[in-house]
Write a protein that binds this ligand. Structure first.
Ligand code: NDP
Ligand code: OXD
Length: 308
């Protein structure tokens, strides 16, 4: 048994070392040094290149060093019958909670307006609303959505959460397309923590923005393809939305000529909302491998039908 490893942003090798420490008896090969490809029966990856899976004819499992698996579901070289196992929180929850809190405070403290006032040297004393009067709607109530909800709630914001299925959440919970309009109408700040699937691609669009209260603020650390950029720009320019904070983009790095870079009401971060912790990631991969060997379903097994 051998594993083939590739993590696109593991520049200092910390993730690889954590994997080696957590699985000292596993033969971990680092792409492109594959050795005999037929000995490889699993892959540990984040954003593998298009030819990564070529010739891995005995590949049986893929472990994604990420929460989102869209990069694998859409990978041109990965067979559709190979089970995918993803990370579940793995240190991302706390970081994501702080990222979203930062964006929420930016909106609640009227920073989009105050930043413009500063540029105009305008001493614009603005009445700051209490967090209790700024409800936040979170699209997604999974591993990250729930962590974010608790953190925002502890900071005084009322919470709405939206998901596909019923579950116990903090604040008010809305389910499915039928309850989406009520959820949106009640959300002054909207956070997207959905996985990218056929159903969620382009969900942050003109129709959805229209359903939000006037002057709402959008935070997207989900995936770039959730957002229809032109619709966002129109909603910002018309004043329907007062601002947005974006961490993820359809093309990353965000191209230099993107209009998003220069928009005065948009805060951009380069997909750094929540990196997973190396030790927790490696321990989860090791545990999932044990589960597979023991015939137990690993916690992060992806349901390919659902797309997450
Ligand atoms: P989970 O799979 O744990 O949660 C996903 C949530 O979305 C679930 O509550 C699910 O509903 C809900 N959902 C999925 N599809 C729909 C739909 N069609 N309608 C309504 N609700 C839906 O994912 P995580 O919380 O672990 O991660 C969420 C996403 O965050 C990742 O997929 C990734 O894209 C992004 N991410 C971004 C990072 C960054 O640094 N920017 C870091 C990590 C993740 P239900 O509960 O009913 O299944
Ligand atoms: C993830 C991410 O999905 O980092 O884990 O975006």
């Amino acid at each position: 048994m051998a594993a083939l490893y590739f993590c696109s942003d593991d520049n200092n090798g910390n993730m690889l070392r954590a994997m080696q420490q957590a699985m000292p008896n596993l033969d971990i090969r680092v792409w492109p040094n594959t050795g005999n490809k037929l000995e490889i029966d699993c892959a540990i990856v984040w954003m593998p290149p298009d030819d990564f899976f070529d010739g891995l004819d005995n590949l049986a499992h893929v472990y994604s060093v990420s929460a989102g698996v869209d990069h694998l579901l859409l990978h041109p070289g990965l067979r559709h019958d190979i089970p995918l196992i993803r990370l579940f929180d793995a240190g991302m929850g706390d970081k994501m909670a702080n990222y979203v809190l930062y964006g929420a405070l930016h909106a609640q403290r009227c920073m989009p307006e105050l930043t413009l006032a500063q540029q105009a040297r305008n001493w614009q004393r603005t009445a700051i609303p209490d967090p209790a009067s700024v409800p936040i709607g979170i699209l997604g109530a999974g591993a990250l959505g729930q962590k974010v909800a608790s953190h925002l709630s502890l900071n005084g914001f009322p919470i709405n959460q939206w998901s596909r299925s019923a579950k116990q959440t903090i604040g008010s919970h809305f389910i499915g397309d039928e309850q989406l309009p009520a959820f949106l109408a009640a959300s002054q700040i909207l956070v997207c923590l959905l996985p990218l699937t056929a159903n969620t691609t382009g969900i942050l669009n003109e129709k959805l923005f229209t359903g939000l209260p006037d002057g709402a603020y959008v935070i997207n650390p989900g995936r770039g393809q959730h957002l229809v950029v032109d619709d966002l720009l129109k909603a910002l320019d018309s004043g329907k939305l007062k601002g947005a904070m974006l961490d993820v983009f359809e093309t990353e790095p965000l191209p230099e000529d993107s209009p998003l870079w220069h928009h005065e009401r948009i805060v951009i971060t380069p997909h750094i909302a929540a990196a997973s912790t190396t030790t927790e990631s490696a321990e989860q991969v090791a545990q999932s491998m044990k589960d597979v060997v023991n015939g137990t379903e690993p916690r992060g097994l992806v349901d390919r039908q659902r797309g997450y």
